[in-house]
Design a protein around this ligand. Structure first.
Ligand code: ADP
Ligand code: MG
Length: 638
């Protein structure tokens, strides 16, 4: 086995592992099933990647979203590591060729969705591979108690029997204690083994600001700070409006959301990274894979849905270890709105069925077909044409996604691809629907050499320009050609698209089970409650509240959140006497080491204050050092 540090150096150029990475890798390499719990950005990917490289054979990575797969595969390929992905929307032949490659060539990583892993067809092929390790990314999806439950995650463990020697490495950033237990159970861990990194962020000062004028407060904070910042909002147009407002008031700000086209997004991101616009106002589409070390503040202009999301987003501040701030702006109206999200997030089942039906009609899919199809999704047009409500429609799609019926993805990195599925000769016998279709076929053949033998990247915009028609027309023609099985077309996703994981069902057959609906609604409601608690509880250190939520029970407050600072300010002479009394009481009972004394008291009182009081008592001669370290109290002579 190669040394894992050499692997890290060779492929990533990094000199050292971050804390816990090495432990995780060694645990896996010793054959143990392992659950790695690390905050976002902690560097989870490298753990299974280095472990996979160190082992002979192929590492199968199960991950829920196509977007994540593509990112990872591209990243690995850039590092000269052989990686492949199989996902819905790929043409069958392409899937087969990738899978065969995994059987016959030295591919190191295969990324697949849990749905694929469940398919019998795939399992037959899988048995022929030499699987060394199963990595389950975003493993919280396995648990019904989690916030992202995906039913097919439950079936992952079934394939373990093919490879009894291959351990499982499950990774997640967000798991509460019941989820941690569930993950290990569902993945059939041979014995419990959790490696978890502390969720404490020493350098982040968490602050909750209750203000009526959120706008004024935001401007105030950002003008004062003059540093790299992220402002999170919920809605796209809020992002645009806020960025404009800030810019008009002297704070250079850009905005970012999933409605921008890829080029704009990259540009905005670059401008922010290079401090041309030091402030970025963004929806939660912003963040994944972003690793700017010197973000000094993350402001939440709207309240996130759950502590998981809050912790992840706030955690993008201060990666350089220097002091940073995570500020949540709120007021009673915002808290009320937060609570009302439960009903919006879980529209009635009747409504969900209606959306499902509408989608099928919109994409003109016949009942019983559509599995594996991908459609570009113009959300605005869809909602408008069918007289639907935007927010509830999205919630419905989300629930359908959890149910495993379809997936709405807004991947940002990929371009459209086309491959002719019939030969050039056979094409000569094809009768196009109309002249435009004919012209597009010719354009494809002329502009994209190689398109008969493999997938080539195409641009709908370019074709539209060449043909002198609208992009939408091009798109429709390509879809029509795909339906007639002339080409295989994987639309790029500068815009969102919808992938059908299952054939369209008659709507009366559509089941929206308890797991996809009732259980999740309950879990969602309880997360909202936790968020409200975080906001309203001004008696506990914010850092501790968050850690507690993730099952890390500690007592030492951070000393820098608004609650801790407020407590310090209110340390009165009364408190000082109380500390004095406590010290004396402890020492009366037993002579005590200074360190132990401070440690016992710092759970209740500010550490510095304790130390100062000890010094003070020494000065006053009320206590003394019996040995160089042991403190004792002057007993009164009675
Ligand atoms: P996670 O999946 O935990 O959110 P990632 O695996 O995406 O985090 O890693 C976040 C970033 O940290 C990536 O840019 C990665 O290259 C970087 N990183 C991970 N490990 C190290 C390391 N040991 N040294 C330096 N950078 C690292
Ligand atoms: Mg990750």
């Amino acid at each position: 086995m190669e040394d894992i540090r050499d692997i890290l150096k060779q492929y990533w150029g990094y000199d050292a592992f971050r804390s816990l990475q090495e432990e995780i890798i060694l645990s896996v390499l010793s054959g143990k099933d392992t659950l790695a719990l690390m905050p976002t950005g902690g560097g989870k990917s490298i753990t299974y990647q280095v472990a996979g490289l160190a082992k002979e054979g192929i590492c199968v990575v199960i991950t829920p979203l196509i977007a994540l797969m593509k990112d990872q595969v591209e990243d690995l390929k850039r590092r000269q590591i052989q990686a492949e992905a199989v996902y819905t929307g790929m043409e069958r032949e392409h899937v087969e060729s990738v899978i065969n490659k995994c059987i016959f060539s030295p591919v190191k990583f295969l990324y697949i969705s849990p749905e694929r892993l469940a398919s019998e067809r795939f399992r037959i092929k899988l048995k022929q591979m030499k699987v060394s390790l199963f990595a389950v990314d975003e493993a919280h999806c396995i648990s019904q108690w989690g916030y992202d439950f995906r039913p097919s995650y439950l079936r992952i463990a079934e394939v373990r029997t093919f490879f009894p020697e291959a351990p499982v490495l499950a990774l997640t950033a967000t798991a509460t204690p019941d989820v941690v237990e569930d993950i290990q159970k569902q993945l059939h861990f041979t014995c419990p083994n959790v490696l978890s990194k502390s969720f404490r962020r020493e350098n982040i000062s968490y602050v909750v600001r209750n203000v009526n004028d959120k706008l004024g407060e935001l401007l105030h904070i950002l003008s004062k700070l003059q540093a790299s910042a992220i402002v999170y909002v919920r809605k796209r147009n809020t992002a645009e409006q806020l960025a404009r407002f800030l810019s008009e008031n002297g704070v250079k700000a850009g905005f970012y959301h999933a409605g921008l086209i890829a080029r704009q997004r990259t540009q905005r991101q670059e401008d922010w990274k290079n401090d041309i616009t030091p402030v970025i106002v963004a929806t939660n589409a912003f963040g994944m894979g972003i690793d700017k070390p010197d973000v000094r503040i993350v402001v939440h202009f709207d309240i996130p849905d759950c502590p998981e999301a809050y912790f992840q987003e706030a955690g993008r501040a201060g990666r350089d270890g220097k002091r940073a701030y995570a500020v949540l702006l709120c007021n009673p109206a915002a808290v009320t709105a937060l609570k009302s999200r439960i009903t919006k997030g879980f529209p009635e089942k009747k409504y969900i069925r209606q959306v499902y039906e509408a989608l099928g009609n919109y994409f003109q899919i016949a009942e019983g077909s559509g599995a594996g199809y991908a459609f570009e999704f113009d959300t605005d047009a869809f909602v408008r044409d069918f007289g639907l409500d935007y927010v509830r429609t999205f919630s419905a799609i989300q629930i359908l996604q959890v149910g495993g019926y379809l997936e709405c993805t807004t991947d940002i990195n990929s371009r459209s691809r086309i491959n002719f599925t019939i030969s050039r000769e056979a094409l000569a016998y094809f009768r196009p629907d109309d002249d435009l279709q004919n012209r597009i076929i010719e354009l494809l053949m002329r502009r994209y050499p190689g398109i008969f033998t493999q997938y080539v990247w195409i641009s709908e915009d370019y074709l539209a320009q060449e043909a002198g028609v609208k992009r939408k027309e091009i798109y429709e023609i390509l879809i029509a050609l795909a339906k007639r099985r002339i080409i295989s077309y994987v639309p790029g996703n500068e815009r969102p698209y919808i992938v059908y994981h299952q054939p369209r069902l008659p709507v009366s057959y559509l089941t929206i089970g308890k797991a996809a609906y009732e259980d999740r609604k309950k879990a969602y409601a309880s997360k909202i409650k936790e968020m409200v608690r975080y906001i309203e509880d001004s008696s506990r250190c914010r850092q501790l509240v968050l850690m507690d939520y993730f099952g890390q029970k500690e007592k030492k407050g951070c000393g820098i959140c608004d609650v801790c600072l407020e407590t310090k300010k209110h340390t009165t002479s009364g408190d000082k006497t109380r500390i004095e009394d406590e010290i004396i009481a402890i020492l009366m009972n037993k002579d005590t080491d200074l360190k132990i004394l401070v440690h016992r008291l710092e759970e209740q009182f500010d550490r510095e204050l304790v130390v100062a009081t000890v010094r003070n008592l020494l000065d006053k001669g009320k206590i003394y050092y019996k040995t160089p370290l042991l403190l004792s109290v002057k007993k009164m002579n009675v």
